[in-house]
Design a protein around this ligand. Structure first.
Ligand code: RTP
Ligand code: MG
Length: 139
């Protein structure tokens, strides 16, 4: 059975322009429930570790610099089939290609500064939740 929670981050572009509340309200209106949340200014090392799967990709350095440039807001959301549901709700990586009504269409600036991260598998949702939260905070 699919995991009933997933992991997300309001990225620095959205968090530092006051969009966190609007994005969370938007997701709550779609049936997601907030389970845990923090505000974190990641070090470069933390950002490299979090996005280690992308090491070697052409955008890796830019991504790490961006994610460690200012505070962001990691959070855990609960919903049935949460990983799939949140990927649908955030839209395509590039806001220009994101469907109407998705978080990235509504709030993102560009493919790099795209407002929100969402885990792409149940396995990664568990790993990424544990990166920022204790297990007791997420169950
Ligand atoms: P995320 O992991 O943040 O939820 O985003 P995603 O699955 O939609 O996209 P992914 O391919 O995993 O890429 C991770 C993040 O790297 C930045 N990126 N920039 N300039 C570029 O071509 C480019 N490609 C990716 C984005 O911030 C993307 O969300
Ligand atoms: Mg991804």
């Amino acid at each position: 059975m699919a995991l009933n929670y997933t992991f997300s981050i309001i990225k620095p572009d959205a968090f530092n322009t006051g969009k966190a509340g609007k994005i969370i309200a938007h997701l709550e209106s779609q049936g997601f429930t907030l389970k845990a949340a923090r505000v974190v200014h990641m070090s470069k090392k933390q950002a490299e570790e979090f996005y280690a799967v992308h090491r070697g990709r052409p955008f890796f350095g830019e991504l790490v610099d961006f994610m460690s440039s200012a505070p962001c807001m990691p959070f855990v959301l609960v919903k049935d089939n949460a990983v799939h549901a949140l990927r649908d709700a955030i839209g395509a990586t590039d806001p220009a290609e994101a469907a109407a009504g998705t978080v990235r269409k509504l709030y993102a600036e560009s493919k790099g500064k795209n407002a929100i991260h969402a885990s792409d598998s149940d396995e990664n949702a568990v790993r990424e939740s544990r990166f920022f939260f204790a297990e007791a905070d997420t169950i």
